[in-house]
Structures are given as C-alpha cells and as structure tokens.
Design a protein around this ligand. Structure first.
Ligand code: FRU
Length: 588
C-alpha cells in the first residue's frame, strides 16, 4: 500500500496558532487563525463529546458544520484541516458548546506536516484501510480506464463514525491501493452517505461522454439521493445543481443507492434501501427517477434496518440469474451487522425471488458488512467483484487501533454454486491476491491427526500477514478442528462438528477482547457436509478470512492478538483425520 507518511521523528513545524478570540454570543466561540502553514491541527480525544465546528473561509462559510471530538484533557491524536490555499489569509472557526479558555482551543496549532504512526500494530498489510481516520462502507466502486476506484464512508476528523465524506483510493490490480484526496464532502443537503458510481458511456445525463457519475445519499434533516460527476477520472467531482434527484417526504431510512444500466429495458435501475424493503427506481438520465417496484416484505430477515442493496446478474450453467444483496443491522446470524442475499429474476421492473430457504447469508463471520460489487468491469474480464467493510456496528467504534479504524475484506469474486440442495452465492478471494505469496516455507504433503497434531512454526519470520491452505479429510471423525495460536496462549479456533452440522469460530481468547462486551463470542456457520474440506485462511494482523470449498462457506472475523499466531494445532474427535497439501505463505 502506498502512503505518504514521514517518520515520526520529523519535528512538526509549529506556528503560534490563534489570535483574536471573540465571544460572539454566549454559546459560540469564534477563533481567527492567520494561516501560515498547510494544516490546522486539531487535538482529538475519542471519549470527548462532539463539538460543532463551522469554518469560515475568507471567501465563504463552510456549508455544513463538522462534529469533532475536541480534546478536553488528553490528546489521543491530531486531525488536520487542510488550509494550504489560505496561506497569509485569515480563517475563522466557530465552536459551539466549548469554553473560551478550554484545553482544545489552547492546543490548536498550525503545521506543514501531519505525522502519525502508519504501521501501528493492527494496521493490515494487504487489506485496504484508510490512511488515518474512520472508514465504514465501501462506496462508488467502479472500474474505469484501467483503474479500480474504491470510495468509502470516511471521517477525516476522527477515528470514530461521523462527518461522512467519500474517501477515495485507486488500484490497478485490486491489491495495492493509492490514496487520493477526499472525493465528495458534506454540503447544505447534509453529509455524504453510501452510494455507487457508474460510467455514463452514452452521456445520458449530459455531463459528458464517459462521465463518472456518483449517486449517493445526502444525509441531512432527511435522507435524499443526490448525484455528482467527474470528467477527470474521479479526481474532482461537481455536484449536480438540482440535487437531490430523489427527494424524501419523510421515510426515516431512505438510502444507499446502487445503480446499473439495464440494457434490456434501456434504463438506469437503482436499488434503494427503504426501511425494511428495497425500492427499485428507473431513469433514462440519472436525474429523473420513477419508482418501479418494492421488494422484501415478508421475506428474508427483518430484525434490523435494511441497508446497502446491490442487484446484479450472474450466470449459472449458462442461464442468467439475479442476485440481490441486502445488508441488515442488527439481525445478523451471529449478532449485529451481516449481509443476506436473495436469488431470483429481474424483469426490468420487479425482482422475483426463487423459492429458497431465506435468510441466506453471504458470510457467517461477524465482520463483513455493507459490501457491494464493482460496476463497469470489462466483459473480457467478466467477473463480479465484491468488497465488504470488515467490521460490525456492534463494536466498530471501539476496536483497539488508534489513528485509523477499520479495513475492508479482500476483494472477492462472487459466483453461484449448488450446495447439494439449492443455489447459493459463493465468494472467494480474487486471483490477484496470489501474487502476494512471498515464500512457501511450510509445504507438507500429507499427515494424519490422531487426536492432536501441532505445527510449532508455520512461517519463519511471520509478521502477521499470511495465508494457510490445506485439504482436510474428516473420514469418520465427528469433530475436527484447527487452532491458530501464539506463545501467550491466545488463539483463534475453528471447529467442524459433523453431528451438530456447524462450523464454530471461537475468538473469545484471541487477544484483546474486552474493549466492548459483545465482541468476544463464538460464531457459528452451518456446515455443508462434504468428504473433503478445502480450507483457505487469510490472516492480516487483525483479521482472518476463512474460505471453505472455494467460498461455499465464508467466515470473516477481526481479532486483536498481542503477538503473531504462528502455530497451528489440528484436533480430531471420534476418528483419525487426514490433512493434505498444506501450504503456508507470507503475504505482503
Ligand atoms: C451502513 C450505513 C449506510 C449508510 C452509512 C453511513 O453501514 O449505515 O446505510 O449510508 O452506513 O455511514
């Protein structure tokens, strides 16, 4: 991952911060800054209450206030306000609910540098994570001109949720990502919630041939759908002057538009999460939208709010089926957030689900949420590519990283398969991930496990980003398992129980677990009984993604070991098991 962090020891160039503190009324404190450096650095304390901050630039007032957890007595870290273009001018910050002589105001400073420890302990190596600040849902994923764009829900003013912008990164190989400046920021309609992006090849919107058009939720007093376009490969966006394109007359949860071009009916189709249903809209030009239909009542899981839908076709045995992803929070099979899916047909107006045992979950782990797929993947490639947010609203704001919070799953390819009784959606790491395999240090053809078998050292110089694959033949055993562990006895345990027909992932003793009471848990997935289980496990510092039989069962989990887990212990109960083709690799 490319990033532009300078070593910590580079001293901050600090200028004296403010001058001229005014008390414009009892509650708003206005502080002027004569700008001498590129950044205004604001001190943050994650536990502090949010302070409403409105910025007045020499040429304008910022249209929407930010809510920032300004430090009250301890500085957890700094965030920056980029003021480079106002050098030698004065900008004012208006603070609501803070004292004139407060700790925060005294500590605001100016600096040309913005430094922090990028490689903190739980920073992943090969998963995308924001450079600093908070990230949740992936947004606007689109392939254009040999670049995979990844936008994301982003708070640049803290490592907790709030002040939603669209952050932006690009990749040419889905593996290494380059950070780009923030793409879309809050305005008078509100902050920028989740959405999608398309390439308008035929200039239906009139923004230009091949304009990259982002369709997102403006989250202000109400949630409404807006658009913005870019004609420079996503580097800068212009908001459409007649936003919102779909106003809202009072539905509380009305968000996350995902748009695609439907050739057969010659229109753009939008899937929108509307409380606990998905409403489909159609449009000739991305600006005017008509309601087509509504799906979801009485089917699937309804224990929470429906969010982040995605409707797309997939071929199965030569025939086209349609898959509808719907994230739901809470209500996941193991608590909190999870993504369910429906398989059926789409006729340009209605989605008709097949008769399947819903709810179906795309990932039984607790940490794959709000994922959607890339648009505009070339036909010559033909894959349906997906990425999810690797966290859970149950504890995402509390996980023990510091300057950033959350990473994404690895990009995955989605396919349809039959699990022996019905069609399912499988997800499997894109083949590009294999390019990261550095060494194949442990390669064992075959061994038998009678009760227990431990490999003490999986990988020499294991820094915590690695992959293990093997084939497990349970034979007559009732329970088989494997445990990753370190010398501190922290472990992550997977158990396949043929009698209970379930896979259990236990992270209760996996390291730091007490930052939130609902984090440490046993996580359960149904076991699809097979003669052999082909296991692939991707570990990246603080995450483990388990793929069984090429994505037939998937469990993604985050965990926070205090030392790398470089041992693997296999166990069997009720018979001998065979492990074959075991390989482990460093990935970086
Ligand atoms: C899902 C979600 C979306 C919303 C976004 C806000 O995680 O709640 O529905 O657009 O996050 O950040």
């Amino acid at each position: 991952m490319k990033h532009t962090i300078y070593p910590l020891f580079v001293l901050l160039l600090i200028f004296s911060a403010g001058c001229n503190v005014k008390d414009s009324n009892a509650r708003v404190i206005k502080q002027d800054f004569n700008i001498k450096a590129a950044n205004l650095l604001l001190p943050i304390q994650d536990e502090a209450p949010e302070i409403k901050v409105t910025v007045e630039y020499p040429d304008s007032m910022s249209q929407s206030p930010y809510f920032i957890r300004l430090a009250q007595d301890t500085i957890d870290y700094w965030v920056k306000l980029d003021v480079d273009k106002y050098k030698n001018k004065t900008i004012s910050l208006n603070f609501e609910g803070i004292e004139k002589n407060s700790f925060a105001l005294k500590n605001i400073k100016q600096s040309d540098k913005f430094d922090f420890t990028f490689n903190e302990m739980y920073r992943p190596t090969f998963h995308f994570s924001p450079e600093y600040g908070w990230m949740n849902d992936p947004n606007g994923m689109v392939y254009f001109d040999e670049e995979y764009h990844l936008f994301y829900q982003y708070n640049p003013f803290g490592a907790v949720w709030g002040n939603m912008h669209w952050g932006h990164a690009v990749s040419t190989d889905l593996v290494s990502w380059t950070y780009l400046p923030i793409a879309i920021g809050p305005d008078s309609l509100g902050s920028i919630f989740s959405g999608s992006a398309v390439i308008d090849k035929n200039n239906t919107a009139g923004f230009g041939e091949n304009a990259l058009v982002a369709i997102y939720t403006s989250a202000g007093k109400v949630q409404a759908q807006s658009i913005a376009y870019s004609t420079d490969k996503g580097r800068t966006f212009t908001k459409y002057e007649s936003n919102p394109v779909i106003p809202n007359d009072g539905i509380p949860d009305f968000r996350d538009p995902k748009v695609f071009w439907h050739n057969e009916t010659n229109q753009w189709v939008m899937s929108l999460a509307t409380k606990q249903t998905i409403t489909f809209y159609g449009s000739p030009n991305l600006k005017e939208w008509t309601k087509l239909s509504e799906f979801g009542e009485g089917i699937g899981n309804h224990a929470g709010v429906w969010e982040c839908p995605d409707l797309f076709p997939l071929k199965y045995e030569g025939k086209t089926k349609w898959v509808l992803l719907v994230s739901i929070n809470p209500g996941g099979p193991n608590g909190g957030s999870a993504t369910q899916y429906f398989i059926g047909n789409f006729d340009g107006t209605n989605f008709h689900p097949d008769n399947l045992p819903y709810p179906l979950w795309m990932d039984y782990g607790r940490d794959n949420y709000a994922g959607v797929t890339w648009s505009n993947i070339p036909e010559s490639d033909g894959r349906r590519l997906f990425i999810g947010w690797m966290s859970n609203w149950d504890y995402a704001n509390q996980v023990p990283s510091k300057y950033f919070r959350s990473a994404n799953t690895v990009p995955r390819e989605l396919k349809l398969a039959n699990n022996g009784s019905h069609l399912i959606l499988t997800s499997y790491p894109v083949r590009e991930i294999e390019k990261l395999r550095k060494t194949d240090l442990k390669s064992v053809d075959q061994f038998t496990v009678k009760e227990e078998y431990t490999i003490e050292q999986l990988i020499e110089s294991n820094v915590g980003s690695y992959e293990i694959e093997f084939t497990l033949s349970p034979n007559a055993a009732k329970t088989v398992g494997f445990t990753l562990a370190n010398d501190k006895n922290e472990n992550l345990t997977f158990k396949f129980d043929k009698k209970l027909k379930q896979i259990t992932l236990d992270r209760r003793n996996s390291g730091l677990t007490t930052f939130k009471d609902n984090f440490a848990s046993e996580i359960i997935a149904p076991l699809v009984d097979r003669k052999e289980f082909k296991i692939r496990l991707l570990i990246d510092k603080a995450s483990a993604e388990l793929f069984v039989n090429e994505g037939e069962t998937v469990m993604s989990t985050i965990f926070f070991p205090t030392e790398v887990m470089n041992k693997i212990k296999f166990t069997s109960e009720g018979g001998e098991i065979q492990i074959s083709n075991l390989k482990s690799y460093n990935l970086n």
